[in-house]
Design a protein around this ligand. Structure first.
Ligand SMILES: *[C@@H]1O[C@H](CO)[C@@H](O)[C@H](O)[C@H]1NC(C)=O
Length: 323
């Protein structure tokens, strides 16, 4: 079996989402539509944030950066998948396959860290409102954003480091619509136990650590909101619940795929679609529905400020999440 590096496979065959022609035509239309929505929706957020000076605060800067990441996350594999629906055979070059693995882990890793940074920003705003200005500023925010990219790239490089050099000598069928690391590793003509464990530790620790950090900060925020606020509590809780849903929809599939890397469930494909197509759609929907409400809340705040004389900065910061 093991014929060395010289006979390394030139390309991989992707089985795609389905082999039925009718379904593939349907998916072609569906994912075309979803992809256009993802790109337009997220670019709209970026444009809105850039053009509105009032939104040049850490929360919205991070939000628009999240939108950029969402577009990338939807672009590294989805257009190829859409193209492949109408083409046979569905192949990808060895280099293209490694590029997909690299990009997926940069964008997904970056998005995980950025979601944690956004939750941390909200945590400081709600639980330490008086110290918000000293803890969070645009400079720190830039640091967090750059940091999320750096962590994403480092995580991805560490994954690729032990993948590129594996001997891929023959088997080249990947049962998904993109080169998924968990599936590609298993094609190597060698005992893949150690690489699989390394991959599991690398991606698993990254995913689980970010997920736990997110859960912790959102729980603390929920408890804080519940304890010291009588205003708009239901609203606050529903906004936070929406955030937690986005986070779970993104992390749930990742954790599921990487928690059972040794068997290839058919659900893996559905879960892959969830993290690369539905999260990038849900993010703008869930995070921008708040935009309108922030404006509404500011009107309420004005009235409330005049009536109760609350420190305006405190109320403003609280309203960011309450709305
Ligand atoms: C993304 O973050 C960087 C660093 O803070 C910022 O300069 C940039 O404007 C952000 N991008 C958008 C589209 O807001």
């Amino acid at each position: 079996m093991n014929q060395g590096n010289n006979s390394r496979v030139a390309e991989f065959v992707l089985l795609g989402l389905s082999s039925s022609w009718e379904l593939q035509y349907f998916f072609f239309m569906l994912f075309n539509f979803l992809y256009i929505i993802i790109v337009l929706g997220n670019l709209l957020i970026v444009l809105t944030v850039i053009s509105e000076p009032a939104l040049h605060i850490p929360m919205y800067i991070m939000l628009s950066n999240l939108s950029i990441l969402d577009v990338f996350l939807a672009t590294y594999a989805t257009p190829k998948m859409i193209h492949d629906f109408l083409h046979e055979p569905k192949t990808i070059s060895f280099e293209g396959c490694m590029a997909q693995i690299f990009l997926l882990h940069v964008f997904a890793g970056g998005e995980m860290v950025l979601l944690v940074a956004m939750a941390y920003d909200r945590y400081v705003a709600i639980c330490k409102p008086l110290h918000y200005a000293t803890i969070m500023n645009l400079c720190k925010c830039t640091g967090l954003i750059v940091g999320s990219w750096v962590i994403g790239v480092m995580h991805s490089l560490s994954q690729l480091a032990f993948t590129v050099n594996l001997p891929f000598c023959g088997p080249n069928v990947v049962n998904n619509y993109y080169c998924d690391l968990t599936l590609v590793i298993k094609l190597a003509c060698t005992d893949t136990y150690i690489p699989e464990v390394l991959m599991l530790l690398d991606s698993g620790l990254m995913g689980v650590a970010s997920f736990l950090l997110l859960l912790t900060s959102y729980t603390v925020i929920l408890v804080t909101v519940q304890r010291c606020s009588s205003v708009d509590m239901t609203k606050a809780r529903s906004t936070l619940t929406a955030h937690i849903i986005v986070v779970s929809l993104f992390f749930g599939p990742c954790i599921f795929i990487y928690a059972w890397p040794f068997s290839n469930f058919p659900v893996d494909k559905v879960l892959s679609v969830f993290s690369t197509v539905f999260t990038p759609i849900l993010n703008p929907i869930i995070y921008t529905l708040r935009n309108k409400e922030v404006k509404l809340a500011m009107h309420k705040l004005k009235t409330r400020y005049v009536c109760s004389g609350l420190p305006s900065q405190l109320s403003l910061l609280r309203l960011d999440v309450l709305s």
